[in-house]
Design a protein around this ligand. Structure first.
Ligand code: C5P
Length: 220
């Protein structure tokens, strides 16, 4: 379509969300946090007492298709209940990773994600924005950082929010999630053939934003 889309994919805690939000703000574009969708689907499944396993694929896809969602500023409401904290908890992260490996669930969320491309443009972040959801996007960024840096950043973020976590556990969980995301058969995490790889291990957020805007100026 005519709506310009910028894709930002990469592993957990690579800084995709922050980068996508800042680029969207600078360009006056909409933002899609696709990871939040999988997190919300996981919470919704649990609320219905469903086990997140392949044998329940049909029921889980139904849950994903019929999510009653409201994004209220920073808050996420599911059927009217505030699930903002639940989707970011450890359990929420694990469940998102599990439910996202189920093909029928990914299918159910595909059109919803594509429907987020509204004028004047969209910045979408996730794992498969460039490979599956918006393969025609003129700019695809694959954002990476070392596991050590990503664990450190997530640690600081969670500690500042009052969560009780350890750096070692976080790093182990990140690596387990990365392994699941990169080795799954459906929409595995990998750079699109035409993606620009950006390693931000030793880069400020502002520098990363400038790099993406510079690439965007070249392709749009
Ligand atoms: O990005 P975030 O960490 O919030 O994503 C949560 C989980 O959702 C990831 O571990 C990944 O398994 C899944 N995900 C996905 N495809 C996306 C975005 C997220 O499979 N486009």
């Amino acid at each position: 379509g005519a709506v310009p889309v910028i894709c930002i994919d990469g592993p957990s805690a690579s800084g995709k969300g922050t980068l996508a939000a800042m680029v969207a703000e600078r360009l006056g574009y909409h933002a899609l946090d696709s990871g939040a969708l999988y997190r919300i689907a996981g919470v919704a499944a649990r609320r219905q007492g469903l086990d997140i396993a392949a044998e329940h694929a049909d029921a889980l896809a139904d849950v994903a298709r019929s999510l009653q969602l409201v994004f209220d500023g920073e808050k996420v409401l599911l059927e009217g209940d505030d699930v903002t904290a639940a989707i970011r908890s450890d359990q929420g992260s694990r469940d998102a990773s599990l439910i996202s490996a189920i093909p029928a669930v990914r299918d159910a969320l595909l059109q919803w994600q594509r429907g987020c491309a509204h004028v004047p443009g969209l910045v979408a972040d996730g794992r498969d924005m460039g490979t599956v959801v918006f393969p025609q996007a003129p700019l695809k960024v694959f954002l990476t950082a070392s596991a050590e840096k990503r664990a450190e950043r997530r640690y600081k973020q969670l500690i500042s929010q009052g969560f009780d976590v350890t750096l070692t556990t976080l790093r182990e969980e990140l690596e387990a999630r990365d392994l699941r995301d990169t080795t799954r058969t459906v929409a595995p995490l990998k750079p699109a053939a035409d993606a620009k790889v950006l390693d931000n291990s030793d880069m400020s957020v502002d520098a990363a934003v400038e790099q993406v805007l510079q690439w965007w100026a070249q392709v749009r």
